[in-house]
Design a binder for this molecule. Structure first.
Ligand code: IVH
Length: 669
């Protein structure tokens, strides 16, 4: 074959494989046996290896690629990604429907959709290629997670639509993947995810796309953010158009001509949600006609043409087997209910905090009771009440002990607090909680050190303080349960790597009272070294914006402790970094040339590649978008610029030549 023929063969393989993938992942309807897919994929891989210059970006072999990132780039959503107002009952829905009808001319029609419990995502296509995938973020600014989204097989890497198209939807983790992943995590001694939504969010926030690729995520698209060449007039048409373009849409949607039909849809899915193989947390009701949507417009936060009906929090009954005490890293002793395991809102629950003794008394909760459990905000399990009618007389009242169940020290109630505390600074339970916090994701982020391993480390007397972690040796770890050569090596590498962390991680990890990860970041950026912070006085710390008196006081007291001085000295000797290595305060540009500006590039550039120009503009605070709209501030026009230039001129938008871009930015970087 000559090169032209090879290219044609490769193109045809990409097309065919993408078609197979579409049937399999988008339509859930495979058209060929796996063996045929695999054989073609192998042929394509071989050709790509031999002719890397001919490999196409939308090849199915190119889903997982790229190096792990250090952080996600921020992206501005040209059309903000709004959230929805909530409805909790029939009346709220009737009110919404009435307001909608009153706000439009003509009969209003609704579209009901399932409210997928995942993560809102935006996908952008330019010239038919998937170019940017981002999270919702705060609605205006999200994060670029393109490489992770590319690993979702149901997202097409190319589509047959030349103009700019931005579509929106929900990425989620199907039940099956969720259960498998949690099982694996538990086997490895890692904390399982609480529910599929957290699992999806956690997976998409992985800096290494190889990890996201293993998580089997999926997506449903339900809306259009921007569509250059669209001629749709209703939401239902856009759902159909998305489907035609090759996107995965949820087929369980319905046009409803009356509120009664909407309520029927809601009742049906309240009953049948359990039959789906993914989690939904409600029903979204949207006004169908785009003209009607325009008439209704937006409030400050959300559209008036749509509402999210939230299913009531699920309640289940189970037995309260025991009440045990858990000791937090600050010494607070909390009674925790041990429950007969039950499944609720997507996960199995076997523990729930009972907060404090007063509350247990007030609610008359006894050991052995049948109790009603629900998940507050669908995340944290809560004991709602006991079913007193079902008591047998065998139930026992609970009393808080006077001593710490772990170290035997007297428990005290600090002034103004309901909670009881163990104030022994050497209480092993507290130290253990402290260590769990120290290694956690936002702190030192040491992978492979799950709770179960930490408990073993304490039990085997291998670790008493944070510093001991850095003294662990291979032989120590090999003796622990379920720790093979490979996991030990990985763990030791992770511990070693954590030494290089920037100061804010260490500061947060130390678990100073009232110092969360954001305050730790501020302090690290401000003081740059641990030593400077250690020696700072109250006035100097309070002077920092965002650091209040309570925090400052806690910091000063923390560093006054002999034990802390000793700990920091040891950590330093063990090679733990004590300086801030993140972005310097002076380096953060707040008033760059393009800050807050939206820029469009068009035509042929001679001095920059498109990518370079885009990066240049972004490094100066601008957002580069694909099409000219009211929001465009500057159009940069290269040679032979066509319709975009015309449009920009018509709209009175500032137009620069490539040379003007160069002159304006020289010396700016
Ligand atoms: S429409 C402006 N449709 O629910 C309209 N949202 O607060 C934006 N969601 O942030 C959303 N399924 O993450 C829409 N079929 C659906 C949805 C859906 C899930 C999520 C989305 C949004 C939140 C609503």
């Amino acid at each position: 074959m000559n090169k032209q023929e090879i290219k044609e063969r490769m193109d045809s393989l990409v097309e065919v494989l993408n078609q197979y993938g579409y049937s399999y992942y988008v339509l859930d309807n495979p058209t060929v046996p796996d063996s045929e897919y695999d054989q073609k994929l192998r042929e394509l891989e071989d050709l790509e290896k031999a002719y890397p210059d001919l490999a196409r970006e939308d090849s199915p072999t190119q889903r997982i690629g790229g190096e792990p990132l250090d952080a996600f780039r921020k992206v501005t959503h040209e059309t903000p990604m709004m959230s929805l107002g909530n409805a909790f009952n029939e009346q709220d829905l009737r009110d919404f429907a009435r307001r909608a009808q009153e706000g439009v001319s003509g009969e209003v029609t609704f579209v009901c959709e399932l409210k997928i419990d995942g993560l809102a995502i935006s996908l952008k296509y330019q010239e038919g290629k998937f170019v940017l995938g981002s999270t919702r973020g705060d609605g205006r600014i999200g994060e670029d997670i393109t490489s992770n989204l590319r690993t979702i097989r149901s997202i097409p890497l190319s589509i047959k639509e030349a103009g700019t198209l931005e579509v929106r939807g929900e990425a989620f983790m199907p039940h099956k993947s969720f259960l498998e992943m949690n099982k694996e995590r538990e086997e490895k001694g890692e904390e399982p995810f609480a529910n599929p939504r957290n699992a999806a969010a956690g997976s998409l926030r992985q800096l290494n796309p190889k990890i996201a690729a293993k998580r089997n995520l999926d997506i449903f698209l339900y809306g259009v953010g921007e569509w250059e060449n669209s001629n749709i007039t209703s939401h239902s048409e856009s759902l159909e158009a998305l489907h035609r373009l090759g996107f995965k849409t949820n087929k369980e949607w319905k046009r409803c001509k009356s509120i009664e039909e909407v309520l029927e849809f809601v009742t049906y899915w309240t009953e049948h949600r359990k039959d789906l193989n993914y989690e939904i947390d409600g029903i979204v009701v949207k006004v169908d006609s785009l003209d009607h949507q325009d008439e209704l417009g937006f409030t400050a936060k959300s559209p008036r043409w749509a509402i999210a009906y939230k299913f009531p929090a699920e309640e289940v009954v189970t037995t309260l087997k025991d009440i045990v005490l858990s000791i937090g890293r600050t010494g607070v002793v909390t009674p925790t209910a041990i429950l007969e395991p039950v499944r609720i809102a997507g996960s199995t629950v076997q523990r729930a905090s009972l907060h404090n003794e007063d509350l247990i008394r007030e609610q008359d909760i006894r050991i052995g009771d049948q109790v009603v459990i629900k998940k507050a905000g669908d995340i944290i399990p809560k004991v709602v009440r006991s079913i007193i009618e079902q008591r047998t007389g065998e139930e026992k009242e609970f009393h808080m002990p006077e001593e710490c169940p772990d170290c035997g020290n007297e428990l005290v109630r600090l002034e103004g607090e309901v909670a009881l505390r163990c104030i022994n600074p050497n209480c092993p339970a507290q130290l253990m909680e402290g260590l769990i916090h120290f290694v956690s994701r936002n702190a030192m982020n040491i992978d492979g050190l799950g709770e179960k391993v930490i408990i073993q480390l304490f039990r085997e007397d291998l670790v008493h303080t944070i510093a001991d972690l850095y003294r662990l040796e291979k032989e120590d770890l090999l003796n622990l349960e379920r720790m093979g050569e490979k996991s030990v090596t990985n763990l030791l590498n992770a511990i070693e790597a954590s030494k290089a962390n920037s100061l804010e991680r260490l500061l947060f990890g130390l678990g100073i009272r009232f110092i969360g990860s954001k305050a730790a970041q501020t302090l690290a950026m401000e003081f740059e070294t641990m030593e400077r912070l250690q020696h700072a006085n109250l006035e100097e710390i309070v002077a920092i914006e965002e650091i209040g008196e309570k925090m400052a006081d806690s910091i000063v007291r923390y560093f006054e402790e002999e034990k802390v001085t000793q700990l920091l000295k040891e950590l330093k000797e063990l090679g733990v970094n004590m300086t801030y290595t993140g972005q310097k305060k002076s380096e953060i540009k707040t008033d760059s040339l393009f800050s807050g500006k939206t820029v469009v590039l068009t035509g042929k550039m001679e001095q920059y590649t498109r990518k370079e120009a885009k990066e240049l503009i972004e490094s100066l605070g601008g957002a580069v978008t694909g099409s000219v709209s009211k929001k465009t501030d500057v159009l940069i026009a290269g040679a032979d610029a066509g319709s975009k230039l015309e449009k920009a001129e018509k709209m009175g938008i500032e137009v620069w030549s490539e040379t003007e871009l160069k002159e304006a930015t020289e010396g700016e970087e």
